[in-house]
Write a protein that binds this ligand. Structure first.
Ligand SMILES: Cc1cc2nc3c(=O)[nH]c(=O)nc-3n(C[C@H](O)[C@H](O)[C@H](O)COP(=O)(O)O)c2cc1C
Length: 256
């Protein structure tokens, strides 16, 4: 598609500092017989009813790396004024297996998600450690329990995003995110990657996790590496970026 066609038109429409003459900007905004000015006059009454969107962070973390990212994502969401609730998914491994894997106890302060509650969120961001390059069984079990939500279409149109942890650089930083995209697609959710929205993903100053698909960390083969400042910064950025998209969609829908 030509850059000077549709893209230019959209940019003009959404840029507050657009240099397009007022008259042609108005032309772009005409919807039926209604102009932007007429819509703005009606806006205050509607805006009074607007409620800040509610965003869920839903994560699984065995050794705490994903949890650290989740807390930073939360900080980023909070910057936007959106409401945020953080959940962990239920463990599916028996206690004796967890013990053999040297998994520390889960944080009792963070509630375990009841899948029915997902319908209440305006947007959901999922955090996962990779398992053989894909999402862990604990998160898949959560998705596998959402058949009822799928049947009623309760998640259709809700924005969704993902952040992740792998042991190694080539261990699944991108493939893991993609395995969440199949879940999003079947639910009709809208995948929100971070794309090139932060310069942090381009940094070559250190080996780091995270990509266009979402924030990420690299735990190291023995799990001893902790998320770096850069990775935590990218997680905060993802929270803020995602919340802005959720806000735009949710509040925009209120205006429809
Ligand atoms: C069964 C299993 C499979 C794993 N598969 C991979 C893998 O394919 N690639 C990789 O880089 N790390 C792999 N890991 C390492 C985990 O991804 C790592 O422990 C995790 O990212 C740490 O995050 P957490 O502290 O939030 O649990 C695997 C770990 C387990 C237990």
């Amino acid at each position: 598609m030509s850059k000077s066609g549709c893209c230019e038109r959209v940019c003009k429409l959404f840029s507050p500092s657009s240099s397009a003459p007022a008259e042609s900007r108005r032309d772009l905004l005409v919807e039926g017989n209604q102009t932007q000015n007429q819509r703005q006059e009606q806006a205050p009454a509607k805006q009074q009813k607007l409620k800040m969107p509610k965003i869920f962070i839903v994560y699984y973390s065995m050794y705490g790396h994903v949890k650290q990212l989740a807390l930073k994502v939360k900080e980023g969401i909070e910057k936007t004024g959106c409401e945020v609730v953080i959940y962990q998914v239920a463990e599916t491994l028996p206690a004796e297996v967890l013990e053999k894997m040297h998994a520390p106890p889960k944080d009792a302060e963070i509630p375990v998600l009841d899948v029915h509650d997902l319908a209440q969120a305006d947007g959901i961001i999922f955090g996962v450690p990779t398992r053989f390059g894909m999402l862990p069984a604990q998160m898949k079990a959560m998705f596998d329990a959402t058949g009822g939500l799928w049947q009623t279409g309760a998640l259709i149109g809700k924005p969704a995003s993902v952040f992740f942890s792998t042991a190694t650089l080539g261990g699944g930083q991108e493939t893991t995110a993609l395995t969440l995209v199949t879940q999003f697609s079947h639910h009709g959710m809208i995948y929100v990657p971070i794309g090139p929205s932060s310069p942090l993903i381009f940094s070559l100053d250190e080996i780091h996790g995270g990509s266009a698909y979402g924030a990420g960390t690299i735990a190291g083969p023995d799990g001893s590496r902790q998320p770096s400042e850069l990775e935590l910064g990218l997680a905060t950025h993802q929270g803020e970026h995602f919340a802005k998209v959720v806000k735009a969609l949710t509040l925009g829908r209120e205006q429809l």
